[in-house]
Design a protein around this ligand. Structure first.
Ligand code: SAM
Ligand code: SF4
Ligand code: SF4
Length: 333
């Protein structure tokens, strides 16, 4: 995984330190649309939605000025459905490499031209969802032809040499046996890899959790193999401590200690603040501290261990260390 240049690393780490001290969110996820090109089995999005109340690109500047996160996720629904996505990304940028910006997308609408435009606008990392290393991906996402499209566009974009593409694989009971086959695919396509964990909170469906000792044993065997495949290029983007926490999450079907609303939050497509993408209490931008008081201080929800949590459920020193040695340039490989 490409490391962020030194000056930009210092800017991101400096901003993150100030956010931590001030109790501001380090990561903000902008869900720029609720509409989607897929109808995934594990998700509550899917298909067209009312887009008439979506924030406009220039509105994002106001949110950045107020929230000042060091990391931004641009997500959805499917963010590439927004024809003005490049404008949105430009409005999120604050200069000096801030914020570190991740586009979370299924890539059904990605082209080489769009990839380059989005990079130029300020995307630092492209997170591409992949649930299976073959056409089973189409069936899970209910989008015929998606895997074939990915198998063309992902290696082509990777061959441009920017080392900023990460396959994002959400582990479920359906694909737990494919964890290393997905890693093989990442290697074949010349990209990096990040694992995430299914939560039943979105849909209420518990079938995709790991419900048997056999499934948990398979998870542990697959993740042991993943650990043995790490090398100095940081192509397995999750830290070992995050993969350990993922094992514990599946074993106990819970992950306590969530800081949603404070360390991270979601901005919905129409501009409300939410603690996370699976808690639907909405607050205006000006009432973030009320969200922390009413939600975060009393939050007992432990129902997910998705990426945004796995970055942040750690002490500040651990967080800094893992990111300094992972994404940022303050330490040699
Ligand atoms: C909600 S999607 C939005 C961005 C884009 N549409 C995509 O699929 O990448 C972001 C990520 O959430 C994951 N996801 C969806 N439903 C989930 C669930 N129930 N538990 C955990 N992750 C989930 C997806 O696999 C995807 O990687
Ligand atoms: S996971 Fe992403 S692609 Fe699938 S339905 Fe949800 S938002 Fe759409
Ligand atoms: S554990 Fe936290 S991030 Fe996950 S669904 Fe619950 S409140 Fe949201």
């Amino acid at each position: 995984m490409r490391k962020v240049p030194l000056i930009e690393s210092l800017a991101v780490i400096g901003r993150g330190s100030l956010d931590w001290i001030a109790g501001r969110p380090l990561v903000v996820s902008f869900e720029v649309t609720d509409a989607c090109t897929c109808y995934c089995k594990h998700c509550d999005h899917g298909g067209p939605r009312d887009e008439s109340k979506n924030l406009r690109p220039t509105d994002y500047r106001r949110y950045m000025d107020a929230l000042r996160p060091c990391v931004v996720q641009v997500s959805g629904g499917e963010p590439l459905m927004r024809p003005d996505l490049v404008e949105i990304v430009r409005n999120i940028q604050c200069g000096a490499g801030l914020p570190y910006t991740i586009l979370v997308s299924n890539w059904s609408l990605m082209t080489e031209e769009r990839y380059l435009e989005l990079r130029a606008a300020g995307i630092d990392q492209f997170s591409v969802s992949l649930d299976f290393p073959d056409e089973r991906h189409d069936a899970f996402r209910r989008h015929p032809g998606l895997y074939r499209h990915l198998s063309e566009i992902v290696p082509r974009a990777a061959a441009l040499g920017h080392d900023d593409i990460v396959l994002n694989s959400c582990i479920t009971s359906e694909n737990v046996g494919e964890i290393n086959a997905i890693a093989d695919k990442a290697r074949e396509w010349g990209v990096n890899l990040c694992y995430s964990a299914y939560s039943a909170r979105r849909t209420g469906c518990r079938d995709f959790l790991l419900n048997s000792p056999e499934q948990l044993a398979l998870l542990n065997r697959e993740l042991d193999k993943v650990e043995a495949r790490r090398d100095a290029t940081n192509w397995i983007v999750n830290s070992p401590s995050t993969l350990d926490a993922t094992r514990r999450y599946f074993e106990h079907a819970s992950a306590p200690g969530c800081k949603a609303g404070q360390r991270f939050l979601v901005v919905t497509a129409d501009g409300a603040l939410q603690p996370c993408s699976m808690q639907f209490r909405r607050y205006p931008l000006e009432q973030r501290s009320r969200m922390v008081e009413e939600f975060t201080r009393h939050n007992g929800c432990d129902e997910c261990y998705v990426s945004i949590r796995s970055y942040l459920d750690k002490s500040f020193s651990r967080l800094l260390w893992e990111n300094v040695s992972g994404f940022f340039s303050l330490q040699s490989r």
